[in-house]
Design a protein around this ligand. Structure first.
Ligand code: SDX
Length: 427
């Protein structure tokens, strides 16, 4: 017998089942509310509204906990690699060696992109933001892989997933190489998944590609840390677009556009731009702290605050340590890192931030590592999308396998009441 919640309104009582998740979260299931009472709920930004029951990722914002399919982000970041985390998120279990090898082999067999796609890329000016390029190219992939749209079996679903995991990194690399004026090229299927991505992105013509284990390990860890984050803005976008059965590639293309926003994944680029502005301003962090607290100033301290975490974002903690390690290992002394640490200390001791429980989030330190790895600032959010791809795919797959209904929220109308049309002569 499940618990019940009762709503009372104007003498009428309405009962709703309360569901409890595997981590003891409670939710009132209101799917009978409108039928029983004629009323709906309203919750701008869905701050108190769950969209689904999911078995993929668990967050505890108060305690700063993050886990993928029950494995802590700390353990996965330390012990796993990105491809096996992708498999875990999508299929629910860590793969054994045979499963992982087959998964990688299936991806390699699809790791080419139709040459016609280069003509679409050519159409973009070099000044185009790579997130817009990536979203467009991902959507264009449908034209060259039409069988990926109408999924009617798990085999077809698997093939679409593997195709996207194979081709997306090529598009990421091509988007960056286009901006740098480098020839579009492929990597080397004899390499690991992440190493191959790095080679596709950075290999210079007429030069031998030299692997740098520090760089590859740092990239692998960053991609793991970005791989999923339950029902954030871009994942909710992927789910709602996918709920219309628009197909995986179209759903992911929509998710890329949602992630682009500076309040979401675009924050990692905005953080670096903010830190560079502070550095150019002589390191005057106090001026930017004041701007962030000034309600008349639209400026926000980018990389700070989170809808769910009201404690440290566990990813930020790991990335902060990794930033020190990577810069030391690469012999890079980046003053931006010291500015970031100074800003963090100031904010953590400032009443405005403490009262609102605003802590560094995943985007605060990640750009410092990307910069050390030679990734251009405009590509930072693309790297976020590359990491988040398996999470988006996992969430889309879960929604489709559960045959969830098309997403279509209600509203409260606050416009004009019915009124007669007036001819233009009489207006
Ligand atoms: C990501 O959802 C996810 O899981 C996202 C993500 C993922 O992995 O998918 O974790 C990735 O998007 C991380 C967040 C990256 N964005 C930023 O760093 C941009 C800066 N941060 C904010 O704009 C803000 O904190 C949000 C958007 C992240 C969260 O906004 P909320 O939950 O809607 O909170 P809010 O805007 O209602 O803020 C509450 C208060 C307000 O002040 P009051 O009206 O109470 O006086 O806190 C203030 C806000 O003005 N505030 C900030 C602030 N963030 C919130 N003030 C200054 N600087 C900030 N960064």
């Amino acid at each position: 017998m499940s618990d019940k919640a009762t709503l009372e309104y104007k003498g009428d009582k309405y009962e709703f089942p309360v569901i409890e998740g595997s981590e003891n979260e409670l939710a009132i299931n209101i799917k009978t509310l409108r039928g029983a009472s004629g009323m709906i709920t309203i919750d701008p930004g869905y701050k108190n509204t769950g969209s689904c029951e999911s078995a993929i990722t668990f967050l505890d914002g108060e305690k700063g906990i993050l886990s993928y399919r029950g494995y802590s982000i700390e353990e996965l970041a330390e012990k796993a690699d990105f491809l096996e985390v992708a498999y875990l998120l999508i299929f629910g279990e860590l793969p054994n060696k045979e499963q992982l090898d087959k998964f990688h082999q299936d991806i390699k067999s699809e790791s080419h992109v139709d040459e016609e796609m280069k003509k679409i890329l050519d159409g973009f000016p070099k000044s185009a933001h790579p997130m817009g390029v990536l979203s467009s190219l991902t959507s264009a992939l449908v034209a060259f892989n039409p069988e990926s749209v109408d999924i009617s079996s798990e085999k077809e679903m698997y093939d679409a997933i593997v195709t996207l995991l194979a081709k997306f990194p090529v598009l990421v690399a091509w988007a960056m190489r286009k901006k740098k004026g480098l020839p579009l090229d492929y990597g080397d299927d004899s390499l690991g998944y992440v190493e191959n991505i790095h080679k596709m992105m950075f290999k210079k013509p007429n030069q031998e590609y030299k692997k740098n284990k520090i760089v590859i390990d740092a990239l692998d860890k960053l991609l793991i840390l970005h791989a999923d984050h339950e029902q954030n803005c871009s994942t909710s976008t992927v789910r709602i677009v996918g709920s219309s059965h628009a197909g995986l590639f179209a759903s992911i293309s929509a998710g890329i556009s949602a992630l682009w926003g500076p309040l979401h994944g675009g924050a990692n680029q905005a953080v670096l731009e903010m830190l560079e502005a502070i550095e150019a301003d002589g390191g005057d962090t106090k001026k930017y702290m004041a701007k962030a607290k000034d309600k008349s100033d639209p400026f926000r301290l980018m990389g700070f605050g989170h809808r769910v975490y009201k404690n440290f974002d566990p990813r930020a903690k790991i990335i902060k340590v990794a930033a020190d390690e990577v810069l030391n290992d690469l012999g890079i002394d980046d003053p931006i890192l010291e500015i970031a640490k100074g800003l963090e200390q100031e904010a953590l001791n400032d009443e405005y931030f403490v009262k609102r429980k605003l802590y560094p989030n995943v985007d605060f330190y990640s750009g410092i590592i990307y910069r050390a790895l030679g990734i251009p600032t405009e590509m930072f959010t693309v790297m976020f999308a590359l990491g988040r791809l398996p999470g988006w795919i996992a969430q889309w797959r879960e929604m489709r396998l559960k045959n969830e209904p098309i997403g279509r929220p209600r509203q409260v109308y606050v416009g004009e009441n019915l009124r007669p049309f007036v001819a233009v002569e009489k207006r």
